[in-house]
Design a protein around this ligand. Sequence first.
Ligand SMILES: [Zn+2]
Length: 348
Amino acid sequence: MRSSLLRIVAVPLTWIVFVGCGSKTETQKLLTSDELSEAAIEAAYQPAYLELATGIKPRAIHPWPCETKPIGHNIASYQDYGGGAYFHHGIDIMANAGSVVKAAAGGKIVNIENYGGSDAYWEIAILDDEGFIWQYHHVDHESIPQAIHDALSSGVNIPSGTIIGKVFYWSQSSFGALFHHIHLNVRGKQNDFFNPLTFLEAVPDTKAPVIREIGIIKNGAPEPDDDEKGVASDPYSLYVNIDDLMFHDKYIVPPYWINYRVDNDPVRVVWRFDNLPGGSSNAKYVTDFFIADRTCGDYDCRKFFINLGFDPQGNRTFTTTPGPHKIIVTASDFSGNITSKEYGWTVK
Ligand SMILES: [Zn+2]
């Protein structure tokens, strides 16, 4: 389903092509509807200033940029608005439209730019003292203080807590509420996407993730509900359907990490989202980690079916020893709330 966000993007881009940029119009091609998706906008956006990043490992802890903490999406969220699947790659901090956005980390302002065509896609980017680049997306352009524009031209550092603007009015609703938010990316030396939560002050979250279902993947999809359910033969993998909430009652997100133990084998970590498995790519591995035909992530649907055999080195295989087996899957949210569930199956 195509969202109305895409339509608000579509109008100004068309305007730019036909009316906008003077001589640029001759070389600028018309964007197709697929290219107008948020995924395409993000994927196409590789600003040159990212070369300034030198940060390798997060150390300093910073205050939050907004007063409120509900998380609309975390770094791991599966997203597909019709233009292709990708990891959300930053966090969406839900806030009232017009509320203040402050620089979490201080530093040098390296960019103020409209990167997506519509007024929804204004960015402020800050290079912090440790070499990480903080990209704040969906800042209301009109609200950016003159002092911030001046700091971009002069190159002076702004301290943490400086007001950089206000939250844009997001006209698209999701699960019954308008989706006003600041999307925050933190980028390192390889342009890799770090988990912004690892840079921000700890906020207590008391709701553990919920494991809804574990099962066998046959021929690339969760097994059908038939006579052979729970019986595996080579090759197969296992999946988990899992979700979490972070300071919100509806915006389901994936957990921070997942691990498992099969029978008495060593515990294996599927992935811990301190960063994205694809490094600087927000799309790489997304359909290896998530099972695309059962997973959804858009304004109306969120379901996360994760392949427990996922490994960036190549998917792991599960035991082919005939007989009964069991797996204990454990998942944690960022605050350390842990949940576990056991599942048994038979290999024949
Ligand atoms: Zn976002």
